[in-house]
Design a protein around this ligand. Structure first.
Ligand code: UD2
Ligand code: MN
Length: 346
Protein backbone atom coordinates (compact mmCIF):
# COMPACT_ATOMS: atom_id res chain seq x y z
CA UNK A 1 0.00 0.00 0.00
CA UNK A 2 2.86 2.40 0.95
CA UNK A 3 4.60 1.66 -2.39
CA UNK A 4 1.44 2.42 -4.28
CA UNK A 5 1.13 5.85 -2.67
CA UNK A 6 4.80 6.61 -3.37
CA UNK A 7 4.40 5.68 -7.06
CA UNK A 8 1.33 7.89 -7.43
CA UNK A 9 3.30 10.86 -5.93
CA UNK A 10 6.17 10.34 -8.37
CA UNK A 11 3.88 10.08 -11.39
CA UNK A 12 2.10 13.34 -10.36
CA UNK A 13 5.47 15.07 -10.04
CA UNK A 14 6.52 13.81 -13.47
CA UNK A 15 3.21 15.01 -14.91
CA UNK A 16 3.72 18.47 -13.37
CA UNK A 17 7.32 18.65 -14.61
CA UNK A 18 6.22 17.58 -18.13
CA UNK A 19 3.34 20.06 -18.08
CA UNK A 20 5.54 22.94 -16.91
CA UNK A 21 8.17 21.96 -19.47
CA UNK A 22 5.55 21.90 -22.18
CA UNK A 23 4.23 25.30 -21.12
CA UNK A 24 7.72 26.82 -21.09
CA UNK A 25 8.43 25.35 -24.52
CA UNK A 26 5.19 26.72 -25.94
CA UNK A 27 5.98 30.19 -24.53
CA UNK A 28 9.51 30.09 -25.86
CA UNK A 29 8.33 28.88 -29.26
CA UNK A 30 5.64 31.57 -29.39
CA UNK A 31 8.18 34.26 -28.59
CA UNK A 32 10.51 32.94 -31.22
CA UNK A 33 7.74 32.47 -33.74
CA UNK A 34 6.33 36.01 -33.37
CA UNK A 35 9.86 37.43 -33.86
CA UNK A 36 10.44 35.42 -36.93
CA UNK A 37 7.17 36.20 -38.70
CA UNK A 38 8.52 39.50 -39.88
CA UNK A 39 11.80 37.96 -40.80
CA UNK A 40 10.04 35.33 -42.86
CA UNK A 41 8.07 38.00 -44.67
CA UNK A 42 11.31 39.83 -45.33
CA UNK A 43 13.04 36.73 -46.48
CA UNK A 44 10.04 35.84 -48.55
CA UNK A 45 9.88 39.23 -50.18
CA UNK A 46 13.60 39.22 -50.70
CA UNK A 47 13.50 35.79 -52.21
CA UNK A 48 10.57 36.85 -54.40
CA UNK A 49 12.62 39.73 -55.68
CA UNK A 50 15.55 37.43 -56.20
CA UNK A 51 13.28 35.08 -58.08
CA UNK A 52 11.96 37.85 -60.26
CA UNK A 53 15.48 39.00 -60.95
CA UNK A 54 16.56 35.47 -61.70
CA UNK A 55 13.66 35.00 -64.07
CA UNK A 56 14.51 38.19 -65.88
CA UNK A 57 18.14 37.22 -66.08
CA UNK A 58 17.23 33.76 -67.28
CA UNK A 59 14.94 35.28 -69.89
CA UNK A 60 17.77 37.51 -70.95
CA UNK A 61 20.24 34.66 -71.02
CA UNK A 62 17.73 32.66 -73.00
CA UNK A 63 17.53 35.39 -75.58
CA UNK A 64 21.30 35.55 -75.76
CA UNK A 65 22.16 31.89 -75.67
CA UNK A 66 19.26 29.51 -76.17
CA UNK A 67 18.67 28.20 -79.65
CA UNK A 68 16.86 29.56 -81.45
CA UNK A 69 16.85 33.00 -79.89
CA UNK A 70 15.65 36.24 -81.42
CA UNK A 71 19.08 37.77 -81.79
CA UNK A 72 20.38 34.52 -83.18
CA UNK A 73 17.59 34.40 -85.68
CA UNK A 74 18.86 37.61 -87.21
CA UNK A 75 22.47 36.39 -87.09
CA UNK A 76 21.54 33.01 -88.53
CA UNK A 77 19.14 34.10 -91.25
CA UNK A 78 18.13 31.53 -93.78
CA UNK A 79 19.96 31.70 -97.10
CA UNK A 80 18.33 33.85 -99.75
CA UNK A 81 16.87 31.71 -102.55
CA UNK A 82 18.99 30.91 -105.60
CA UNK A 83 16.72 33.07 -107.73
CA UNK A 84 15.36 36.17 -106.09
CA UNK A 85 11.54 36.30 -106.07
CA UNK A 86 11.79 40.11 -106.24
CA UNK A 87 13.04 40.35 -109.85
CA UNK A 88 10.74 42.16 -112.25
CA UNK A 89 12.62 41.85 -115.58
CA UNK A 90 12.74 44.78 -117.99
CA UNK A 91 12.00 48.22 -116.52
CA UNK A 92 11.06 51.42 -118.24
CA UNK A 93 13.63 54.00 -117.19
CA UNK A 94 13.05 57.72 -116.95
CA UNK A 95 15.47 60.43 -115.93
CA UNK A 96 13.87 63.47 -114.30
CA UNK A 97 15.94 66.63 -114.48
CA UNK A 98 14.41 67.76 -111.17
CA UNK A 99 15.75 64.72 -109.28
CA UNK A 100 17.91 65.50 -106.25
CA UNK A 101 20.03 63.46 -103.83
CA UNK A 102 17.62 63.87 -100.89
CA UNK A 103 14.80 62.24 -102.94
CA UNK A 104 17.01 59.28 -103.76
CA UNK A 105 18.11 58.97 -100.13
CA UNK A 106 14.49 58.95 -99.00
CA UNK A 107 13.68 56.21 -101.49
CA UNK A 108 16.53 54.06 -100.12
CA UNK A 109 16.29 54.13 -96.34
CA UNK A 110 17.60 50.57 -96.10
CA UNK A 111 21.04 51.61 -97.34
CA UNK A 112 23.58 52.66 -94.70
CA UNK A 113 26.86 54.32 -95.67
CA UNK A 114 26.54 52.98 -99.18
CA UNK A 115 26.06 49.42 -98.00
CA UNK A 116 23.04 47.13 -97.96
CA UNK A 117 22.11 43.58 -97.10
CA UNK A 118 18.70 41.94 -97.19
CA UNK A 119 16.90 42.01 -93.82
CA UNK A 120 14.95 38.79 -94.21
CA UNK A 121 17.54 36.38 -95.63
CA UNK A 122 21.28 35.86 -95.81
CA UNK A 123 22.69 37.17 -99.10
CA UNK A 124 24.56 34.60 -101.15
CA UNK A 125 26.91 37.17 -102.69
CA UNK A 126 28.93 40.14 -101.43
CA UNK A 127 29.61 42.58 -104.22
CA UNK A 128 31.48 45.89 -104.38
CA UNK A 129 30.41 48.28 -107.15
CA UNK A 130 33.24 50.60 -108.23
CA UNK A 131 32.38 53.75 -110.20
CA UNK A 132 35.13 55.98 -111.65
CA UNK A 133 34.01 59.59 -111.44
CA UNK A 134 34.67 63.25 -112.07
CA UNK A 135 32.18 66.03 -112.89
CA UNK A 136 29.25 63.71 -113.63
CA UNK A 137 27.07 64.42 -110.59
CA UNK A 138 23.76 64.19 -112.45
CA UNK A 139 24.71 60.86 -114.02
CA UNK A 140 25.72 59.57 -110.61
CA UNK A 141 22.32 60.58 -109.23
CA UNK A 142 20.43 58.73 -111.99
CA UNK A 143 22.60 55.67 -111.50
CA UNK A 144 22.12 55.63 -107.71
CA UNK A 145 18.37 56.04 -108.12
CA UNK A 146 18.18 52.97 -110.34
CA UNK A 147 21.05 50.80 -109.11
CA UNK A 148 20.08 50.63 -105.42
CA UNK A 149 16.61 49.13 -105.97
CA UNK A 150 18.01 46.99 -108.80
CA UNK A 151 20.65 45.43 -106.52
CA UNK A 152 18.16 45.06 -103.67
CA UNK A 153 15.78 43.15 -105.92
CA UNK A 154 18.70 40.79 -106.57
CA UNK A 155 19.00 40.23 -102.78
CA UNK A 156 22.70 41.03 -102.71
CA UNK A 157 24.95 42.23 -99.96
CA UNK A 158 26.62 45.16 -101.69
CA UNK A 159 28.32 48.52 -101.31
CA UNK A 160 28.72 51.30 -103.85
CA UNK A 161 32.09 53.05 -104.06
CA UNK A 162 32.58 56.18 -106.12
CA UNK A 163 36.25 56.78 -106.90
CA UNK A 164 36.63 60.43 -107.56
CA UNK A 165 39.66 61.77 -109.39
CA UNK A 166 40.91 64.93 -107.68
CA UNK A 167 42.32 67.84 -109.70
CA UNK A 168 42.10 68.53 -113.40
CA UNK A 169 44.82 66.31 -114.83
CA UNK A 170 43.82 63.99 -117.68
CA UNK A 171 41.25 61.42 -116.56
CA UNK A 172 42.42 57.85 -115.96
CA UNK A 173 39.46 55.48 -115.58
CA UNK A 174 41.58 52.33 -115.20
CA UNK A 175 43.86 53.67 -112.49
CA UNK A 176 40.84 54.94 -110.53
CA UNK A 177 39.34 51.46 -110.66
CA UNK A 178 42.61 49.91 -109.42
CA UNK A 179 42.63 52.39 -106.52
CA UNK A 180 38.96 51.61 -105.80
CA UNK A 181 39.67 47.89 -105.62
CA UNK A 182 42.65 48.40 -103.29
CA UNK A 183 40.60 50.65 -101.00
CA UNK A 184 37.44 48.51 -100.98
CA UNK A 185 39.26 45.36 -99.88
CA UNK A 186 40.38 47.27 -96.78
CA UNK A 187 36.68 47.62 -95.84
CA UNK A 188 35.44 44.08 -96.32
CA UNK A 189 36.44 40.82 -97.98
CA UNK A 190 34.34 41.51 -101.08
CA UNK A 191 34.29 38.41 -103.30
CA UNK A 192 33.13 40.16 -106.42
CA UNK A 193 33.81 43.54 -108.06
CA UNK A 194 31.69 45.31 -110.64
CA UNK A 195 33.61 47.98 -112.59
CA UNK A 196 30.85 50.37 -113.60
CA UNK A 197 30.67 53.47 -115.82
CA UNK A 198 28.68 56.22 -114.15
CA UNK A 199 26.42 56.80 -117.15
CA UNK A 200 25.21 53.25 -117.79
CA UNK A 201 21.88 52.29 -116.23
CA UNK A 202 20.87 48.61 -116.39
CA UNK A 203 17.45 48.01 -117.89
CA UNK A 204 16.72 44.45 -116.78
CA UNK A 205 17.26 43.05 -113.28
CA UNK A 206 17.83 39.54 -114.65
CA UNK A 207 21.27 40.91 -115.51
CA UNK A 208 22.75 39.63 -112.27
CA UNK A 209 25.52 41.63 -110.63
CA UNK A 210 27.37 38.55 -109.41
CA UNK A 211 30.65 36.99 -110.44
CA UNK A 212 31.25 33.69 -112.16
CA UNK A 213 34.04 31.16 -112.69
CA UNK A 214 35.19 33.43 -115.53
CA UNK A 215 35.21 37.25 -115.93
CA UNK A 216 31.88 38.65 -117.07
CA UNK A 217 31.01 41.48 -119.42
CA UNK A 218 27.55 42.73 -118.50
CA UNK A 219 26.95 45.17 -121.38
CA UNK A 220 25.95 43.48 -124.58
CA UNK A 221 23.91 46.38 -125.88
CA UNK A 222 23.18 50.01 -125.26
CA UNK A 223 20.36 52.23 -126.49
CA UNK A 224 22.91 54.40 -128.32
CA UNK A 225 24.27 51.47 -130.36
CA UNK A 226 20.96 49.79 -131.16
CA UNK A 227 21.61 47.24 -128.38
CA UNK A 228 24.28 45.51 -130.48
CA UNK A 229 27.67 44.34 -129.23
CA UNK A 230 30.13 46.97 -130.46
CA UNK A 231 32.80 44.48 -131.54
CA UNK A 232 33.81 40.94 -130.66
CA UNK A 233 36.38 41.63 -127.95
CA UNK A 234 34.48 44.54 -126.44
CA UNK A 235 34.97 44.60 -122.66
CA UNK A 236 33.98 48.17 -121.67
CA UNK A 237 31.25 49.79 -119.62
CA UNK A 238 30.38 47.28 -116.89
CA UNK A 239 32.43 44.20 -116.06
CA UNK A 240 32.34 41.70 -113.20
CA UNK A 241 35.42 39.94 -111.85
CA UNK A 242 36.07 38.08 -108.63
CA UNK A 243 38.65 39.41 -106.23
CA UNK A 244 40.98 36.61 -107.33
CA UNK A 245 40.42 36.98 -111.08
CA UNK A 246 41.21 40.69 -110.88
CA UNK A 247 44.26 40.00 -108.76
CA UNK A 248 45.39 37.27 -111.16
CA UNK A 249 45.47 39.68 -114.13
CA UNK A 250 47.20 42.33 -111.98
CA UNK A 251 44.15 44.59 -112.37
CA UNK A 252 44.03 47.31 -115.03
CA UNK A 253 47.03 49.02 -116.52
CA UNK A 254 47.74 52.40 -114.88
CA UNK A 255 49.13 53.85 -118.11
CA UNK A 256 46.00 54.78 -120.06
CA UNK A 257 45.44 58.53 -119.65
CA UNK A 258 42.43 59.91 -121.51
CA UNK A 259 39.74 58.13 -123.47
CA UNK A 260 40.03 54.59 -124.80
CA UNK A 261 42.09 51.43 -124.80
CA UNK A 262 42.06 50.52 -121.11
CA UNK A 263 39.08 48.17 -121.55
CA UNK A 264 40.81 46.32 -124.43
CA UNK A 265 43.97 46.10 -122.34
CA UNK A 266 41.99 44.36 -119.58
CA UNK A 267 40.58 41.92 -122.13
CA UNK A 268 44.14 41.06 -123.25
CA UNK A 269 45.17 40.46 -119.62
CA UNK A 270 42.19 38.15 -119.16
CA UNK A 271 43.03 36.23 -122.33
CA UNK A 272 46.69 35.92 -121.33
CA UNK A 273 45.50 34.07 -118.22
CA UNK A 274 43.46 31.73 -120.44
CA UNK A 275 40.30 33.08 -118.86
CA UNK A 276 37.21 33.31 -121.02
CA UNK A 277 34.80 36.25 -121.06
CA UNK A 278 31.16 35.36 -120.37
CA UNK A 279 28.13 37.46 -121.26
CA UNK A 280 24.49 37.24 -120.21
CA UNK A 281 21.89 36.86 -122.99
CA UNK A 282 21.50 39.93 -125.21
CA UNK A 283 17.86 40.50 -124.23
CA UNK A 284 18.94 40.88 -120.61
CA UNK A 285 22.35 42.64 -120.82
CA UNK A 286 20.81 45.93 -121.96
CA UNK A 287 21.73 49.42 -120.75
CA UNK A 288 20.62 52.97 -121.26
CA UNK A 289 23.57 55.35 -121.51
CA UNK A 290 22.64 58.80 -120.30
CA UNK A 291 23.54 61.15 -123.10
CA UNK A 292 26.87 62.94 -122.80
CA UNK A 293 29.57 64.59 -124.88
CA UNK A 294 33.27 63.85 -124.46
CA UNK A 295 34.39 65.42 -121.18
CA UNK A 296 37.09 68.03 -121.06
CA UNK A 297 40.11 66.41 -119.45
CA UNK A 298 39.35 63.06 -121.11
CA UNK A 299 40.59 63.58 -124.65
CA UNK A 300 41.16 60.56 -126.89
CA UNK A 301 44.34 58.74 -125.90
CA UNK A 302 46.45 58.79 -129.08
CA UNK A 303 48.93 56.45 -127.50
CA UNK A 304 46.41 53.67 -126.87
CA UNK A 305 47.24 51.39 -129.80
CA UNK A 306 50.95 51.50 -128.96
CA UNK A 307 50.20 50.67 -125.33
CA UNK A 308 47.94 47.82 -126.38
CA UNK A 309 50.82 46.33 -128.35
CA UNK A 310 52.87 46.17 -125.15
CA UNK A 311 50.35 44.55 -122.80
CA UNK A 312 51.86 41.09 -123.10
CA UNK A 313 55.20 42.50 -121.99
CA UNK A 314 53.92 44.99 -119.41
CA UNK A 315 51.01 43.37 -117.55
CA UNK A 316 53.14 41.85 -114.78
CA UNK A 317 54.71 45.14 -113.72
CA UNK A 318 51.98 47.64 -114.65
CA UNK A 319 48.81 47.13 -112.65
CA UNK A 320 47.59 46.62 -109.11
CA UNK A 321 51.12 45.94 -107.91
CA UNK A 322 52.41 49.30 -109.19
CA UNK A 323 49.35 51.50 -108.57
CA UNK A 324 50.49 54.58 -106.67
CA UNK A 325 47.94 57.11 -105.48
CA UNK A 326 47.15 59.25 -102.48
CA UNK A 327 43.80 58.92 -100.75
CA UNK A 328 42.70 62.47 -100.01
CA UNK A 329 39.40 61.61 -98.30
CA UNK A 330 36.92 58.81 -97.67
CA UNK A 331 33.39 60.09 -97.09
CA UNK A 332 30.70 57.58 -96.15
CA UNK A 333 27.54 59.20 -97.46
CA UNK A 334 24.16 57.47 -97.01
CA UNK A 335 24.08 56.07 -100.55
CA UNK A 336 27.76 55.61 -101.43
CA UNK A 337 31.30 55.73 -100.19
CA UNK A 338 33.17 58.54 -101.91
CA UNK A 339 36.90 58.00 -102.17
CA UNK A 340 38.76 61.01 -103.48
CA UNK A 341 42.20 60.15 -104.81
CA UNK A 342 45.16 61.96 -106.25
CA UNK A 343 46.42 59.62 -108.95
CA UNK A 344 49.03 62.01 -110.30
CA UNK A 345 49.33 62.86 -113.96
CA UNK A 346 50.80 61.43 -117.11
C1 UD2 B 1 33.47 53.78 -123.26
C2 UD2 B 1 33.35 52.57 -122.34
C3 UD2 B 1 34.09 52.86 -121.07
C4 UD2 B 1 35.54 53.18 -121.32
C5 UD2 B 1 35.61 54.34 -122.32
C6 UD2 B 1 37.01 54.59 -122.80
C7 UD2 B 1 31.19 51.69 -122.93
C8 UD2 B 1 29.79 51.55 -122.57
N1 UD2 B 1 31.96 52.36 -122.08
O1 UD2 B 1 32.74 54.82 -122.62
O2 UD2 B 1 34.01 51.74 -120.18
O3 UD2 B 1 36.20 52.04 -121.78
O4 UD2 B 1 34.84 54.08 -123.49
O5 UD2 B 1 37.81 55.07 -121.81
O6 UD2 B 1 31.63 51.20 -123.92
N2 UD2 B 1 34.32 59.59 -116.45
C9 UD2 B 1 33.99 60.60 -115.56
N3 UD2 B 1 34.37 61.87 -115.81
C10 UD2 B 1 35.07 62.19 -116.91
C11 UD2 B 1 35.39 61.20 -117.82
C12 UD2 B 1 34.99 59.89 -117.60
O7 UD2 B 1 33.35 60.35 -114.53
O8 UD2 B 1 35.39 63.38 -117.07
C13 UD2 B 1 34.01 58.18 -116.14
C14 UD2 B 1 32.53 57.88 -116.13
O9 UD2 B 1 32.30 56.84 -115.21
C15 UD2 B 1 32.29 57.42 -117.52
C16 UD2 B 1 33.54 56.60 -117.80
O10 UD2 B 1 34.57 57.31 -117.12
O11 UD2 B 1 31.11 56.67 -117.65
C17 UD2 B 1 33.88 56.41 -119.26
O12 UD2 B 1 34.01 57.62 -119.95
P1 UD2 B 1 32.98 58.08 -121.11
O13 UD2 B 1 31.61 57.83 -120.65
O14 UD2 B 1 33.32 59.46 -121.49
O15 UD2 B 1 33.35 57.13 -122.29
P2 UD2 B 1 32.41 56.24 -123.27
O16 UD2 B 1 30.99 56.51 -123.05
O17 UD2 B 1 32.90 56.32 -124.63
MN1 MN C 1 29.79 57.04 -121.44
Amino acid sequence: MGLCTALKKVSRRVKIVVLVGLLLWVLAWKATFSGETDKTVHVNSASTQTLVREEKLREQLNTWTAAPSFSNISAEKVDCPEESPLLVGASKLSFESSLNLKDVENENKGVTKGEYEPSDCKAMHSVAILIPHRNREKHLLYLLQNLHPFLQRQQLHYAIYVIHQAGDATFNRAKLLNAGYLEAIKDFSWECFIFHDVDLVPENDHNLYICDQQPKHLVVGRNVTGYKLRYKGYFGGVTAMTKDQFFQVNGFSNSYWGWGGEDDDLRVRVELQKLKILRPPADVARYTMVFHKRDSGNQVNRNRMKLLGQTTKMWRTDGLNSCKYETLSIARYPLYVNITVDIGRQ
